[in-house]
Design a protein around this ligand. Structure first.
Ligand code: FAD
Length: 499
């Protein structure tokens, strides 16, 4: 087996992994990404933007308060304050790298406003093409750095663990298995959306990093909290393109097939998602009527406009069929304020981590920010450790991919969407666990992807079963109320305690 060495091994080349890589100079960094650089990351699909208290009427304290309100009692106050405090400097970093954010006629950053943010604080680019601009900026910068080596189409498989220390990982590339030995390993593998039949996430977001960490017995947090976006475009594409929330902010309405409105479009995301899910179960279609936006549509929402046109829908003249889809995982690998996991030598940042910022529900536009802030903090922590070690010892030197999936993976995704998705109950969750057990027994010779999907699905279903209440994105039809007496706390688990 070929063996490589690096100071730091990073799995993932989205906003979190690349931010960390750029900040780690002069350490020698190896970045692995499952697909070609610039593809396969949720980052490039992000539309709305990044939140930061930059306006003259805004402050980190206000941003922090809005974030905590969204978290439904479970956000970690100290961690949220760090996020809001660090935000303006992280936007400056992106500007210094050349990110072209939208500006007003006076040349100032054009700050947008989104639901549940009480101030205009959303930095965006190309209208609704923020993620693409950020990823291109980071990739452009990373390609020019001597300390960064990127291996594309490299599939990380498992961590190498001795005791509670991670010393690197195995990965496959071109059918060969390789090992990289690294003093520090960072998991930045993104989310888990692909374990649900309907999702806005890329097919690569199937929980690899979370499953690897689970097998290494790392502490995991808040697994039961999965946010569903109410308005994914429902025309059979997998993943489902997003009809951005900002459309409803601009007056687009949700209507039934007769053209009647049935809900307050500006109600919280989870309330709207549940209303649309209940219609879906009754085979009643929901349409997003954005015709009022008219000729402004292509300029102001180019990403959604292109996605609609690709599906044969002109949103200026026809309402868009929509359905709720798994969008963001609040839970993940439990980390501290420096992104350190419970295992020595392993850090996590971005969507795969659970910092405690999002609590039971993410506030929109805080996830790109969290990836930037924690990518930076992880790098700072590793550099500090390396410097301290150098003092003692000079050794430390250096779209549309899934529709062909049938059989067990499709069955897993269907049961996750139906029983572990928007509306959950003990009966449904037990049924889902039975299906997962049956699929596991019936397919002993499974590949890594299916293995990871089984692991992560089981962990999320069990975490959801333990939370006998409804809070934020987690809704239990058998326990529809919030129960602060028993459950006003984050949840933590390891693979061992649910196996
Ligand atoms: C449609 C859409 C719109 C969104 N809009 C917004 C928004 O406006 N604002 C906001 O804040 N957030 C938004 N989000 C959420 C946000 O985009 C993500 O949370 C964020 O980009 C995650 O960044 P990341 O770096 O953690 O992961 P990703 O960007 O998903 O990158 C993960 C990387 O890990 C790699 N990887 C995974 N597994 C392996 C493996 N086994 N081996 C090697 N590499 C691997 C992938 O190939 C990829 O390079 C949106 C998400 C979606 C899907």
């Amino acid at each position: 087996m070929e063996r490589l060495r690096a100071d730091v091994a990073i799995v993932g080349a989205g906003i979190a992994g690349l931010t960390a890589a750029l900040k780690l100079a002069p350490l020698q960094v190896l970045v692995l990404t499952k697909t070609a650089l610039g593809t396969g990351a949720a980052t490039q699909w992000a539309q709305g933007g990044i939140a930061a208290a930059l306006g003259s009427d805004d402050s980190p304290a206000l941003h922090s308060a809005d974030t905590q309100a969204s978290g439904a009692g479970l956000s970690d106050r100290k961690i949220v304050e760090i996020l809001a405090q660090d935000a303006p400097a992280r936007i400056e970093d992106l500007l210094a790298l050349g990110a072209r954010f939208d500006r007003t006629a006076r040349g100032e950053l054009d700050l947008g406003q989104e639901g549940a943010h009480r101030r205009r604080r959303i930095v965006h680019a190309g209208g609704d093409a923020t993620g693409r601009e950020i990823l291109e900026t980071l990739i452009g910068a990373a390609r020019n750095q001597e300390h960064i080596r990127i291996i594309e189409d490299a599939h990380a498989q498992d961590l190498t663990v001795e005791g509670d220390r991670v010393g690197g990982l195995f990965f496959a590339v071109d059918g060969r298995l390789l090992h990289v030995e690294a003093a520090s390993t960072i998991l930045a593998t993104g989310g888990v959306g692909h374990i649900f039949a309907r999702t806005t996430n890329p097919v690569q977001a199937c929980g690899d990093g979370l499953a690897m960490a689970a097998r290494a017995r790392a502490l995991l947090g808040d697994l039961e909290f999965v946010q569903f976006h109410p308005t994914a475009i429902d025309v059979g594409a997998d993943p489902m393109p997003l009809a951005t929330e900002a459309l409803r902010g601009e007056g687009a309405t949700l209507i039934d097939e007769r053209g009647n409105r049935f809900i307050d479009e500006l109600a919280p995301r989870d309330v709207v998602a549940r209303a649309l899910y209940s219609r879906l179960q009754g085979n009643e279609p929901t349409l997003l009527d954005a015709r009022g936006i008219g000729s402004r549509f292509p300029m102001e929402f180019p990403t959604t406009f292109t996605a609609c046109m690709q599906q044969g829908i002109d949103p200026r003249t026809r309402p868009i069929p929509v359905a709720p889809a798994a969008h963001y995982h609040m839970g993940g690998i439990a980390v501290d304020q420096w992104g350190r996991s419970s295992l020595h030598g392993m850090w996590a940042c971005g969507e795969v981590s659970a910092t405690g910022v999002h609590g039971a529900n993410r506030l929109g536009s805080n996830s790109l920010l969290e990836a930037l802030v924690y990518g930076t903090r992880v790098a700072t922590d590793i550099l500090n450790l390396a410097r301290a070690k150098a003092g003692r010892d000079s050794k430390y030197s250096a779209r549309r991919a899934a529709s062909d999936e049938r059989g067990p993976i499709a069955e897993l995704r269907a049961v996750m969407y139906d029983k572990v998705g928007i509306v959950r109950s003990a009966v449904g969750l037990e049924q889902a666990l039975e299906v997962l057990d049956r699929l596991s027994a019936a397919h002993p010779q499974r590949g890594t992807k299916f293995e990871n999907m089984l692991t992560v699905s089981g962990l999320i279903a069990r975490a959801a079963l333990r939370r006998n209440e409804s809070r934020g994105s987690h809704y239990r039809s058998d326990y529809p109320d919030r129960n602060d007496e028993q459950f006003a706390k984050r949840s933590f688990s390891t693979l061992g305690d649910v196996a």
